[in-house]
Design a protein around this ligand. Structure first.
Ligand code: VGL
Ligand code: ZN
Length: 191
């Protein structure tokens, strides 16, 4: 068995930008600590990769409820710099040409889950992860949206999943607590 960590959407807009989430700086620090303390971990990053015309943005008048966020090519869409600077093993740092998987790139779909997110090579995240031999550990932002949907997608597809509870940030604290309770009741292991 080997452990895989999926770091969900640790992008500036969710940390200190237009959709800042509570506990985001702690989440980033705790994810980096976890990576540096677990030597044989393989790390994958997901990223919201919206175009400015994405339907989830209130401003685009398609019934969306979110402020403009994570528009590809802007600072707000970048992963936090500490992932590039503070992770000891170079192969576990983010790299657009290797381990960053983009989602919600089409205007019509929201795609909270990173299960089908694609890297530069158009490979889907779930295809990189071995159903039989990998433990999928999920952490990141936002607990009750993209972290939840990513974890449930792996869980429902029979992957072994764990949620890294002190490495999460949330849009709404009650939503986060409800999410933890619900995942526990479905049998998800929280570590
Ligand atoms: C997310 C709101 C909108 C997330 C993405 O990553 O949880 N939340 N888009
Ligand atoms: Zn989004």
């Amino acid at each position: 068995m080997s452990d895989v960590l999926v770091v969900v959407d640790c992008q500036y807009d969710f940390i200190d930008g237009s959709l800042s989430c509570e506990n985001a700086f702690n989440a980033v620090n705790n994810i980096i600590d976890y990576i540096n303390k677990h030597d044989d971990l393989k790390v994958y990053y997901s990223a919201d990769g919206h175009k400015i015309t994405h339907h989830s943005f209130t401003a685009n008048n398609h019934g969306g409820t979110w402020p403009v966020h994570c528009v590809a090519g802007t600072h707000g869409a970048e992963l936090h710099e500490d992932f590039y600077n503070k992770i000891l093993k170079p192969e576990n740092r983010p790299d657009k040409l290797r381990n960053i998987y983009f989602k919600a790139c089409e205007d019509e779909t929201d795609e909270y889950s990173a299960f089908n997110a694609k890297n530069y090579n158009n490979k889907a995240l779930h295809d990189e992860i071995d159903l039989e031999h990998d433990n999928v550990i999920v952490a990141g932002i936002a607990s009750e949206f993209c972290v939840r949907e990513t974890l449930l997608a792996f869980f429902k597809n029979n992957y072994k999943v764990k949620l890294l509870a002190d490495a999460l940030a949330w849009v709404n604290h009650d939503g986060h607590v409800k999410n933890l309770d619900d995942l526990k009741s479905q049998g998800v292991e929280i570590i």
